[in-house]
Design a protein around this ligand. Sequence first.
Ligand code: SF4
Ligand code: SF4
Length: 98
Amino acid sequence: MSHEAWNELKPGTIIEDPGSASNHFTGHYRKGLKPEFNELNCIHCFFCWVFCPENAIMTEAEKISGINYDYCKGCGICANECPVENKPKPLIMIKEVI
Ligand code: SF4
Ligand code: SF4
């Protein structure tokens, strides 16, 4: 089945079943890029968690633990907002082999 990418969706929508976001898997919106997380370089500032529009940043024991690709739509906001500069970034966007 073919799906529109997140940035191809038409503006405006009607939520017919509010509170059901977890039932709607937005991972199929990804078109070629996905974030890759490297915990070794993470300072656990939670910027990515705050900015992710799909709540796809996973946490465990008050730390970032990874990406939930069932919901990650590949927008790249998390990698863009990650403030790490003096070492390799813990979040980068990579090509996804589909
Ligand atoms: S690319 Fe990052 S910000 Fe965008 S949906 Fe995926 S985890 Fe969230
Ligand atoms: S924004 Fe970057 S440094 Fe901060 S928690 Fe997320 S991955 Fe880690």
